[in-house]
Ligand binder design. Sequence first.
Ligand SMILES: [Fe+2]
Length: 419
Amino acid sequence: MGLNWHRWVVSAFLLVAWALILDTGEICFCMGGKTSDFLRNDYLSLDMPIDSDTFRVPPGYNAPQQVHITQGDHVGKGVIISWISPHEPGSSTVIYWAENSEFKWQAHGFFLTYKYFNYTSGYIHHCTVHNLEFDTKYYYEVGIGNTTRQFWFKTPPPVGPDVPYTFGLIGDLGQTYNSNRTLTHYEQSPAKGQTILYVGDLSYADDYPLHDNIRWDTWGRFTERIAAYQPWIWTAGNHEIDFAPQLGETRPFKPYTARYHVPYKASDSTSPLWYSIKRASAYIIVMSSYSALGKYTPQYKWLEKELPKVNRTETPWLIVLMHSPIYNSYVTHYMEGETVRVMYEKWFVEYKVDVVFAGHVHAYERSVSSKFLIILTLQLLYTKDEYSLHLQDLCALIVVSFILYIVSMIFTLNFGLRY
Ligand SMILES: [Fe+2]
């Protein structure tokens, strides 16, 4: 039987009513679920004092400090190990060995320094360890003489579907008393995160007079207790820009890119500010909210080539990290991610990105696409051979809509509150 105007009118009415139900549901039912009993205080947390125990310098002359690791290749068989020798170059060599193995390997890195206005950095070492075994615990040692320090990490399982893996999610950490509580919360989480997806804004050193880069050092020592033992997947935020022409500092991201290296060349990127990695069952794309991203820019051209490369049978999870969210109802930073949304939302939909994680807005929000619900509803309306709308159709539509809404809320990823 062909469509007639009654059917179109009633169907349109039902769709509008259904949309209103969903919309009202978002406001009234708030079915996002409860992920934590934690509630932050209303007042802003103060920065921890510079002589705080959390910033303590490791003992011994020129002892390596601010040790941190990140993935060092595209698939998880490499690790970039970074640290700072404060007084003299020391050694850029890493000694490492697999658990239960007698044989010790060496990898040779390099060091760099940078100046920022009246600050001169220590000797920043970066050493990439390649060709590790998957799913293996490794110990590693940095430093020389009496000031060696030992840490460990565990490589991920081979890339593939159905590979369980647990990511933590942190952004906008800073170095306040609340920052310390955040790390403790993560350490004590029963979920036991294996890698941190870090969505930008690290030290907030630029909030200090003259962008006091000593606060980059304190942040590095503060985060070492986790960052030396599991990879942090870095994303640049606005507090990494450090563009200060009044200080003569005109190269954006100077301290950040000197201190936090990422494997951007492994994904054919030309900038450490945007890149991708595969880890377990996830394909992770990191974007820069504060780099040129319009049509024909390097970031645009890279992402245009990158998205079609993702093989969803190999990595069913496609995750995008950026600093500024593309959806935000909170008053602070309202619509700052709009340029990214205008440029890239259609690609995220087209390539079926599972989740976009962002930071920047210090108020927790999450959203889920309703487009798949609309498709299902249309199917319900138009796939019947002989169509007539009855009260039971309406009831069924409402029930199905409500069930789908609940299901969508359940499947929305749960992660902890960030403050
Ligand atoms: Fe930010």
